[in-house]
Write a protein that binds this ligand. Sequence first.
Ligand code: RM4
Ligand code: MN
Ligand code: MN
Length: 397
Amino acid sequence: MSANMVRDAERVWTALDGFQIEVPSWGFANTGTRFGKFLQSGAATTIDEKFADAAQVNALTGASPTVALHVLWDLPKGVADVPAVQALEKKFGVKSGSINPNLFQDAEYKYGSIANPNPEIRAIALDHLLDSVEIGKQLGSKDVSLWIADGSNYPGTQSIRNRIGWMEEVLGATHAALAPDQRMLVEYKPFEPAFYHTDIADWGMALELSRHAGPKAKVLVDTGHHYQGTNIEQIVAWLLHLGALGGFHFNDRKYADDDLTLGSIDPYQVFRIFHEILSAGKDEQAGIAFMIDQSHNLKGKVEAMIQSVVTAQELYAKAALVDRVTLAELQQQCRLVEAEECFRSAFWQDVRPIVRDWREARGLPADPLKALAESGYVQRISEERGSKNARSVSSYA
Ligand code: RM4
Ligand code: MN
Ligand code: MN
């Protein structure tokens, strides 16, 4: 092995040892489009099955020891469901990750949740947020992750200004309930389900609301929640600079919030985001939660999740190969072509052989997708869950 190869392997191994990415419980469940659902016989319909699938992904990748939970879907009885979740953690060896309140599905949220003009509805939303904080406390999970779907569809029909004030109140009250080691992450999205205005539409709004709420509130960047052409790594750089980056929901998009597989459309963008993160200080990096937010309608769910984790690892490994010392010098001297070559040559390097070696050294299968196929897991769950799923109409948007 040449000195360069040894250096590259060291960089990649160190990066992968420190890289974990959370999987979403809803990514194992049936899903669809607004036009229809294609049910999968292997889809998880119970939280037990979601934990089983998440554990399978972690067993084969070694990189996803936590599973994000959606309160309404996974803990319909709220805090009372915590002991059952704890039993599943023990049974399957994966832990609960971020707690995701659900403020977008119930009929009362027709005109909004925390930005609803009706104070009674805002109080219901706050109650749900406080329950979610309590669930997080009892499960020992660090992050309560808020996606607020509020908005309006017709110009002039809502006071955008009033709604800002109402959100500030509810988010402030939620922050006040957090334990010292808990955080709340505020996610933004430009449109959908609202199509005229969305109350938390971009990172500026998410940042201001977080700051107003308090120091334990941070911004969550969902890569699919941007307009075409948005420079997401620049947003990441700013949030790092401001100490306000809480974490990511990774997925890819071609048009809108498509939930496509991470890196399937623009892997270079994920690489550029990871580069910003790896260029940050160790303390800054420690506070960043990496999560996948994808719900596949057509691909097999466990396969899609493993493919996504593996892709994230590969792109993170590539970003770790950037020679940041040399790059900094070239940037400083404005040696543009050399700087760009230094940067993109890391992207173009095939890291898969190094990643494979790393997996084997850590006692993991060299090829997680192949190992999944050989394990017969998907076939088994499809048989076990199939007849039940055929009768089940429940699915998530
Ligand atoms: C939203 C958003 C949220 C996720 C829901 C299911 O578009 O990305 O993070 O919880 O979908
Ligand atoms: Mn998301
Ligand atoms: Mn989304």
